[in-house]
Ligand binder design. Structure first.
Ligand code: EPZ
Length: 416
């Protein structure tokens, strides 16, 4: 497994171009399979997770190719296979999202249960409850889900939890179901809105995406379109955090400030100086290091994907901060690694108690992509050298992470 070697970096300066959203691209790739015609997606990040999803699409009988660096064309004229391959699904949890388009177009689907992952058990009960409500007959066994239904029908679905993936799977399924579907207590993340905008551009009839009650009126056919993916708000939040952990003057370009409002609001509490433009933000100076408390919540609360990264920041502030992780049941694996770097963090259930400390470079391991990014940022401020191993996990969600950091002055070396 590869590693990054990071040395303490005094000053970050320059511009970072934020790429397309991984977590918008993956559901939109799944939704594109509803249409037999060629779909063109722009601002697509070049990530391992995106390639894995494309491999699954070709397994189903689809074709894909990158026409330009960030322009991906997808077409699935006919589904020739309704069984998703175990290896791909076990590597990419989001591939469970192909359940909806295959069920809609083929009338049946056989898909491995997505495995757990470092951040939690991640069940799929809410997805299955919604598919059953729409008429699917579902069987589970031998690590697989089998669902059958010649034609899904609309339903009123109330999600016990505003699951992003369940909301996405059910919006895709309802887009071509018979009649009207209402999904209540659904996720409201920007990626949900992007998915709905994409589907509507293909001719779907989805209303109120972004609210906690979405209405979908099924249609018989969707048509080709070209669509540009929203910028990645978590990549933006990651570089924003780097900019306030170090002394810096950096500008993040190609972002949607509203999508990172929860992060900017919280960071302003600790004294960060963030200037906002239409599609950029500029971070100057260094945060004053005032401690604060964070509770991760579904959107528009502070995003769980920023929890590990914000923890790295709070390690460097003065006083005591608390972070409560309310979304996942095991998303503190970065904490023992940060403590190896001299951080002073205790965990009590879902609460991390962080006392400010001076970090020192150490050998640490990425346990998932956001934890890995957090360790890299900690390495920027730690005294001496930090080696972050398992960087393949980071590269799943961050395109050219090392190059973008190097371009603004970070001392980071990559060994593959
Ligand atoms: C999406 O995962 C994101 N992944 C995650 O980002 C993100 O952390 C998460 O949403 C929350 O925002 C993609 O979009 C590809 P959930 P997802 O279903 O859809 C429970 C990253 O770092 N739940 O909203 O899997 C579940 O156990 C990744 O980019 C059920 O109980 O998240 C969890 O505790 C990590 N039953 C909570 O909901 C279900 O049927 C949130 O899960 C589904 C979920």
């Amino acid at each position: 497994m590869g590693k990054y070697t990071i040395s303490q970096t005094d000053f970050l300066e320059g511009e970072v171009l934020i790429g397309g959203s991984k977590n918008a691209t993956l559901p939109i790739l799944a939704a594109s399979l509803l249409c037999p015609d060629k779909i063109t997606l722009k601002n697509v990040p070049n990530l391992v997770d995106v390639s894995n999803m494309c491999n699954i699409i070709s397994h189903l009988g689809g074709k894909y190719n990158f026409e330009a660096a960030d322009e991906l064309c997808i077409s699935l004229p006919e589904i020739t296979e309704h069984k998703a391959p175990y290896e791909s699904v076990s590597k990419l949890r989001a591939s469970f999202l192909i359940m909806s388009p295959v069920l809609v177009r083929y009338g049946k689907v056989r898909i491995p249960l997505p495995g757990g992952c470092p951040i939690g058990t991640r069940p799929i009960d809410l997805h299955l409850k919604g598919f059953s409500a729409m008429g699917a007959k579902i069987k589970q066994g031998h690590g697989y889900i089998e669902a059958k239904c010649p034609k899904l029908h609309g339903a009123n679905i109330y999600l016990d939890f505003p699951s992003v993936g369940a909301t996405e799977n059910l919006i895709i399924a309802a887009s071509m179901a018979e009649g009207e579907t209402i999904i209540e207590n659904c996720a409201t993340e920007p990626e949900i809105v992007d998915l709905a905008n994409f589907l509507n551009k293909m001719g779907a009839r989805i209303q109120n995406a972004g609210s906690d009650k979405i209405k979908i009126v099924g249609v018989d056919k969707l048509h080709a379109c070209s669509y540009s993916i929203i910028p990645d708000r978590i990549e933006a939040g990651t570089f924003l955090t780097a900019g306030i952990m170090c002394e810096s003057d950096i500008t993040l370009k190609n972002i949607i400030p509203d999508h990172i409002r929860p992060i900017m609001a919280k960071y302003s509490e600790i004294g960060a100086d963030i200037k906002e433009g239409d599609n950029y933000i500029r971070i100057k100076g260094k945060c004053k290091g005032i401690n604060t408390d964070i509770m991760t919540m579904p959107h528009p609360g502070f995003p769980t994907d920023m929890q590990a990264i914000a923890t790295a920041l709070l390690c460097t502030t003065s006083g005591r901060s608390l972070i409560v992780e309310t979304v996942f049941d095991n998303r503190f694996l970065h904490i023992p690694e940060l403590n190896r770097m001299g951080a002073n963090i205790k965990v009590d259930g879902r609460t991390a108690i962080i006392d400010g400390a001076k970090l020192t470079g150490a050998k640490v391991k990425a346990t998932d992509l956001r934890a890995g990014a957090a360790l890299v940022l900690a390495g920027l401020v730690a005294k001496g050298k930090t080696e972050v191993e398992n960087i393949e996990l980071i590269q799943r969600g961050y395109e050219n992470f090392d190059e973008k950091l190097r371009k603004i002055g970070a001392s980071i070396k990559t060994t593959l």
